[in-house]
Design a protein around this ligand. Sequence first.
Ligand code: ZN
Ligand code: ZN
Length: 87
Amino acid sequence: MNKFKLLTLSLIFAGGLSAQTSCQGLTKDSVSCKNTTKQGNLCYLHNPNYVKTETTKAVVCDGTTQKGNSCKNKTKDSSGFCHLHRD
Ligand SMILES: [Zn+2]
Ligand SMILES: [Zn+2]
């Protein structure tokens, strides 16, 4: 009974490890890629089918305040203006 339990546990453990495989791709210097991947054998850098999820970075607003200073607000809007200067 105990042996069976142990086997089941080790199987779960092994399964968890194999869920992440190291990338089969090569870097620009022809060194094997150190990235790990959970899908297929190629990491997001080497997988041509990988779809980049656009991460929008917050930028400082391009607008100017009423005093003529540049606005310090950060915005993720594509216009580059914060909510105060957008319209
Ligand atoms: Zn890779
Ligand atoms: Zn602004």
